[in-house]
Design a protein around this ligand. Structure first.
Ligand SMILES: [Zn+2]
Ligand SMILES: [Zn+2]
Length: 488
């Protein structure tokens, strides 16, 4: 399948995004079915004209000799039908006409890490706002729980809740292997065994199309033995404009190499939110910086004549809320730290009672507390879809909005670091609400849709790509109305 320009679509196919049957859809996206249909239609039209001209010579018309159609002898009628059939066959066998000029229509998925849904109304994202005005914007997109970077980025590209894809936190321990996953340490994240499900770039490659990742959590891991055709290991020092320029360079590759699916990732808004809080001048500056990068991308797409044929989906992984030294739950005051192994602290604390101490630890934690809620993993509220995975510790405590959970030992450290902004809280908290904006031929114009779950992005993205989706937790229903040809 490689090298045949699979992503090239006809204009007609572009108008047909979102039709029901997946296989038909896939062919239509590739222009094959539409081209064939058009060709046959043209041939039949030409044939019909020729046939009637021929029939006029074979069968005398009532106009010329006074006979009516019903009085045509059976032999002549049979001959007429056979003649028409032969002509139709001839039409089918005729050499194909020159194919319509294909349109390059990549799907570009962009993440602005930590871009809270309401940031767009600050007036600092003019390029994003313009895309939203001419395309689709969601009032918010609900992150998967926990509202952390790695779990959510991997949910977006698999359609699976973290409980199901296995990246259950930014840091966690596998109870079977005893190995530790630390999101920013490639020596730990490189093991494909961590990464369940099949991310979009793997499906795209397996199904004969082309993927390029200008960073995305998980995209530099050899998942299922497949990597994106074009990718770079994460490098936080690479400036936003340089990332855009690399993405544009990939779009410039010849058909058969250029990406059908392209990701871009920008962490600047998240970093500023942690460092200075969501209402800081630093966040405002980061909003301007990533919007300028988006503007550079749009200009590059226009220069190449593909701005109107590309589908662009811009999301974030979670929001951000202000945190403070003055809002810390000290775990030692709740439970004897000698009785537990602490797996995580911060927003979502994960604890495992030491053998023999289960009863007193349960008793200490599974009661009401100021500024945090604790559950056994099996009793986490169903709406959070979290708690079945073996990598989740037996007990969980979740801080209330704006609060942190830490140990006295950590707070006593001279080098302790308390951020001014955090995420990881309950995904029903509006401060955790994520961004969704989409623009392109597949999408309606000027539409604002209600909040939807980010697992529902996956069936939308596979439909745009024309690839077969893998089993997932998402549903096209909540997002179908944003597509041009949505059926209601
Ligand atoms: Zn993030
Ligand atoms: Zn963050």
């Amino acid at each position: 399948m490689r090298g045949h320009g699979a992503a090239e679509r006809t204009d007609a196919a572009l108008q047909d995004q979102g039709d029901g049957d997946q296989e038909l859809k896939r062919e239509a996206l590739h222009g094959v079915w539409r081209l064939s249909y058009r060709r046959l239609y043209c041939d039949l039209t030409a044939t019909s004209r020729k046939s009637f001209h021929t029939l006029e010579m074979i069968v005398p018309t009532s106009h010329s000799n006074g006979q009516t159609g019903s009085e045509i002898p059976m032999k002549s009628l049979t001959r007429m039908v056979c003649c028409l059939f032969v002509l139709l066959l001839a039409a089918c066998a005729a050499p194909p006409q020159k194919p319509l000029q294909p349109v390059y229509s990549p799907l570009i998925l962009i993440s602005f890490d930590g871009y809270r849904a309401d940031y767009i109304s600050r007036g600092l994202s003019p390029n994003l706002a313009a895309l939203a005005a001419d395309g689709v914007r969601a009032q918010a997109m609900r992150s998967a729980f926990p509202t952390l970077t790695f779990p959510n980025h991997y949910t977006i590209v698999t359609g699976l809740y973290p409980d199901h894809h296995g990246i259950v936190n930014n840091r966690f321990i596998d109870p079977v292997s005893g190995k530790k996953f630390v999101y920013n340490d490639r020596r730990t994240t490189d093991d494909p065994a961590w990464w369940g499900g099949e991310p979009l770039w793997v499906s795209v490659e397996k199904q004969g199309e082309h993927a390029a990742t200008m960073f995305w959590p998980g995209s530099d891991v050899d998942i299922d033995g497949v990597r994106p055709e074009h990718w770079l290991p994460f490098n936080g020092k690479m400036a936003p404009d340089a990332r855009v320029d690399q993405a544009l360079a990939w779009l410039d590759l010849p058909a058969g190499q250029r990406p059908d699916f392209l990701t871009l990732y920008f962490e600047q808004v998240d970093h500023a939110g942690h460092a200075a809080g969501p209402d800081s001048a630093q966040v405002d500056a980061a909003l301007r910086e990533v919007d300028a990068a988006l503007g550079r991308l749009i200009a590059g797409l226009k220069q190449r004549g593909i701005f109107h044929s590309a589908n662009i989906v811009i999301v974030s992984d979670h929001g951000m809320t202000a945190t403070s030294e003055n809002r810390i739950v000290v775990l030692d005051k709740v439970v004897n730290m000698q009785d537990v192994n602490l797996v995580n602290a911060g927003i979502l604390a994960g604890l495992a009672p030491k053998p023999g101490h289960e009863t007193e630890v349960d008793h200490a934690l599974l009661t009401s507390h100021a500024h945090m809620r604790c559950w056994k993993k099996s009793e986490v509220p169903a709406r959070l879809h979290y708690g079945t995975n073996a990598r989740i510790p037996p007990l969980l405590c979740l801080a209330d909005d704006g609060w942190l959970i830490d140990t006295q030992a950590y707070l006593n450290r001279p080098n302790r670091h308390i951020s001014l902004g955090e995420h990881g809280y309950d995904n029903a908290d509006p401060k955790m609400a994520a961004l969704f904006v989409a623009h392109g031929p597949a999408f309606k114009s000027g539409l604002v849709v209600p909040e939807f779950d980010n697992v529902d992005l996956y069936p939308l993205l596979t439909r745009l790509l024309g690839i077969r989706p893998r089993p997932n937790d998402g549903s096209i229903g909540p997002v179908a109305a944003m597509l041009q040809s949505a059926r209601h």
